[in-house]
Design a protein around this ligand. Structure first.
Ligand code: NDP
Length: 289
C-alpha cells in the first residue's frame, strides 16, 4: 500500500488563523475593540508554560488582545476563583482559559465551573458539555473540534464509518466520540480496561488515539486504509523529542491518512481556540449592541 496522506495541522491551522486575522480589522472598526483572550497559568509546569506561551502568541498573531496571568504554584483556590470572577465581570474580556492541570490543592471542577459559560473558550463548562450532549449550540472543545476540521479538510467522509476513539477523558475522548457520532459515524470508545484492544482498533475506519502513551498504537492495531488521528503528546525519553501515541513510521505505511506529532492536532487545537474566542466575542458584541 502507498504511504498515507499526511494531514498537516500546522498548514490548516495557519489558514484558519489567517482567515480570522483578515476579519479582525473590520470587527475592531464595527465594535470599537478587538477580541480579548485571558489565559491563566498557575504554577511553573514547563509543558503548561509552553502551551500558554503559544496560545498568547497565536492570539496576538490573529490580532486579538491577549492577557496572560501567571500565578505562583501556591496560589489558593479562593484567590484563583476571585481572579476568574473579576474576568467574568469584565466586559473587555471575551474568553477565559485556565491552563490545566491546576496544582493538586485546587479543585479543577470548581475552577471549570467558575468560568462564565459564555466566556468558556475551552468548552469544558458543564453548561457547554450538556449542550454538546444535547445537540444544542455550544462552544465545542478545541481538540475534538480541530480533529473534525482535519478530517473534513482531508475529504474523509465520516458518515457511516466505524470510528474507534481510544481514551475517554472529559476533554478529549468523550467529546471526540460525541462529535463523531453527531457526524453519523458508528463509534466505539476504548479505554484502559478494554479487552483485546488491537481487535477493537482493527475494526476502525477512523482511529483516534487520545491516550498519552508513546507509540502505543502499533501497525498490527491498524486496518489497511484506515484514517489515523494521533492526539497524544509524549516526550520520547531516548530523543527528548515530542512524539504521539501512534508508532508513526510503520503505521503511515498502512493507513490511508495520518496526522503527525508534532504539527498535527496540536496546532489545530490552538486555531480552534482562536475561533472559539472569536465566537464568544461576536456573541458578546451582538448582545451589547
Ligand atoms: P487522560 O489521561 O485524561 O486520558 C487518557 C485516556 O487513555 C483514559 O481514558 C485512559 O483510560 C486511556 N488509556 C490509558 N492507558 C490505556 C491503554 N493502555 N489502553 C487503552 N486506553 C488507555 O488524557 P487526555 O485525554 O487529557 O489526553 C490524552 C493525550 O492527548 C495526552 O497525551 C495529552 O497530552 C494529549 N492532548 C493533546 C492535545 C492536543 O492539542 N494535541 C490536547 C489535549 C490532550 P481510562 O479512562 O480507563 O483510565
Amino acid at each position: 500500500m502507498a504511504e498515507a496522506t499526511i494531514i498537516s495541522g500546522k498548514d490548516l491551522a495557519r489558514k484558519i488563523k489567517e482567515d480570522i486575522a483578515a476579519r479582525v480589522p473590520a470587527l475592531v472598526e464595527k465594535y470599537g475593540r478587538a477580541p480579548h483572550l485571558a489565559v491563566i497559568l498557575v504554577g511553573e509546569d514547563p509543558a503548561s508554560q509552553s502551551y500558554v506561551k503559544s496560545k498568547g502568541k497565536d492570539a496576538e498573531q490573529v490580532g486579538f488582545k491577549s492577557t496572560t496571568i501567571r500565578l505562583p504554584e501556591e496560589t489558593s483556590e479562593e484567590k484563583l476563583l476571585d481572579i476568574i470572577a473579576g474576568l467574568n465581570a469584565d466586559d473587555d474580556v471575551d474568553g477565559i482559559l485556565v491552563q490545566l492541570p491546576v496544582p493538586a490543592h485546587i479543585d479543577e471542577d470548581r475552577v471549570i465551573e467558575a468560568i462564565s459559560h459564555e466566556k468558556d473558550v475551552d468548552g469544558f463548562h458543564p453548561a457547554n458539555v450538556a449542550a454538546l450532549w444535547q445537540k444544542r449550540p455550544c462552544a465545542y472543545p478545541c481538540t475534538p473540534k480541530g480533529v473534525i476540521r482535519m478530517l473534513d479538510e482531508a475529504g474523509v467522509d465520516i458518515q457511516g464509518k466505524r470510528a474507534v476513539v481510544i481514551g475517554r477523558s472529559n476533554i478529549v475522548g468523550l467529546p471526540m466520540a460525541k462529535m463523531l457520532l453527531d457526524r453519523n459515524a458508528t463509534v466505539t470508545v476504548a479505554h484502559s480496561r478494554t479487552k483485546n484492544l488491537p481487535e477493537v482498533t482493527r475494526e476502525a475506519d477512523i482511529l483516534v488515539a487520545a491516550v498519552g502513551k508513546l507509540r502505543m498504537v502499533t501497525a498490527d492495531m491498524v486496518a489497511p486504509g484506515a484514517v489515523v488521528i494521533d492526539v497524544g503528546v509524549n516526550r520520547d525519553p531516548e530523543t527528548g523529542k515530542l512524539a504521539g501515541d501512534v508508532d508513526y513510521e510503520p503505521v503511515s505505511r498502512i493507513a490511508s491518512v495520518i496526522t503527525p506529532v508534532p504539527g498535527g492536532v496540536g496546532p489545530m487545537t490552538r486555531a480552534c481556540l482562536m475561533e472559539n474566542t472569536l465566537e464568544c466575542y461576536l456573541k458578546a458584541m451582538e448582545k451589547h449592541s
